[in-house]
Design a protein around this ligand. Structure first.
Ligand code: ADP
Ligand code: NA
Length: 330
């Protein structure tokens, strides 16, 4: 008690987390365990809003859970679970669907973007209504803080609107959460196109550092990172995006401040920086990969950890759902 509650969902779709996912998101989840009563879930219900192959979904869900544990989420210090193991998410989502205006849901820009990508006639009702499932995800845990990227801000506002609406109509039931935008954290760029964000949908696989790739492969990517024709190691995102990206990664993985790094590399070329970042990354990722493989190689333990997480989550979720059902007249 006393600690604010945090809730975040992680998509199981990506096979391997990339360095941007880790430094931009997962590392913050690990840190939040210390300051918050943190709930993290692998959002397999959200994953099926897009076409999914069952074996692939199952494997990716396990993979996401294994990587989160390997990255340092500690089931004794946070609640880590798989969304579909807690049926209250779908149950509360239905209730929230029934107090959401059709027009209101239609204004969600993420749906517009995603359905445009899918082709309007192929987009499902599930995709349309997924922000409302997200509302239920957050409200079930009475979350105070929702660590999300800027693109999710509209969904947090919808969450607050629907919570207020429900509370106003049926009596105080839900806590109003706030977006915990992790803006200051490292934004990692593509190693080949350093003005673009590192993304699993990268134009060139050489620019993308997947954590579960063979470390030698990633080291080579760092050593052949695109920089510029100057030679001075200086942080300047506009004129030296490649060098700045390498400095950001170095700083994030070692904890050394950027000004200190600039001093350290004064008079040395870009080659030294690239080689060092490659080595630092390999030293960090090697135990991460080993821990991930340990969880994947022992599915019984992994499943038991996730079952225990679901049990902890359900204790909270069931209480909130029961209160909501009671207020509605169920
Ligand atoms: P991708 O852009 O590769 O599709 P996701 O959208 O699945 O990645 O992102 C998952 C999480 O990782 C989000 O919280 C997102 O903000 C974070 N993230 C993704 N790419 C980066 C990046 N290049 N730098 C920092 N954070 C990132
Ligand atoms: Na993305």
């Amino acid at each position: 008690p006393g600690r604010p509650r945090a809730l975040s969902g992680i998509q199981p779709t990506a096979g391997s987390f990339h360095l941007g996912n880790y430094l931009g998101a997962v590392r913050q989840y690990v840190a939040l365990q210390e300051t918050h009563d943190a709930f993290y879930m692998v959002v397999d219900l959200h994953a099926i809003t897009m076409p999914q192959d069952p074996a692939g979904l199952r494997a990716n869900t396990r993979l996401a859970a294994a990587q989160l544990l390997a990255a340092g989420l500690d089931p004794d210090r946070c609640t880590l679970f798989i969304q579909s193991h807690v049926p209250e998410h779908a149950q509360l989502a239905w209730v929230m669907n029934c107090i959401t205006g059709f027009g209101e849901a239609s204004r969600m820009t993420q749906f517009k973007d995603k359905s445009a990508k899918q082709g309007a006639d192929r987009a499902t009702v599930g995709l349309f209504t997924y922000p409302i499932l997200q509302v239920a995800d957050i409200l079930l845990y009475q979350a105070d803080a929702v660590p999300v990227g800027e693109d999710q801000r509209q969904h947090i506002e919808l969450t607050r609107d629907l919570a207020e609406r429900f509370n106003g109509r049926f009596g105080q039931t839900f806590n109003l959460p706030a977006a915990h935008i992790v803006r200051e954290v490292a934004k990692i760029h593509d190693l080949q196109d350093p003005t673009a964000k590192m993304s699993k949908s990268a134009a060139s696989p050489k620019g993308l550092v997947n954590l579960l790739d063979e470390p030698g492969v990633s080291a080579k990517k760092f050593r052949s990172a695109v920089t510029d024709t100057d030679t001075v190691v200086r942080f300047d995102e506009k004129d030296k995006p490649g060098v700045s990206n390498l400095l950001t990664i170095h700083s994030a993985l070692t904890g050394t401040g950027i000004p200190e790094l600039e001093e350290q590399y004064a008079g040395k070329g870009y080659g030294a920086l690239k080689t060092d970042v490659a080595e630092i990354f390999v030293a960090w990722v090697t135990p991460f990969r080993e821990r991930t493989q340990e969880y994947l190689g022992d599915p019984e333990t992994l499943d038991a950890v996730m079952a225990k997480g679901a049990e902890k989550a359900r204790a909270v979720a069931a209480e909130t759902l029961a209160a909501a059902y009671d207020r509605i007249g169920f």
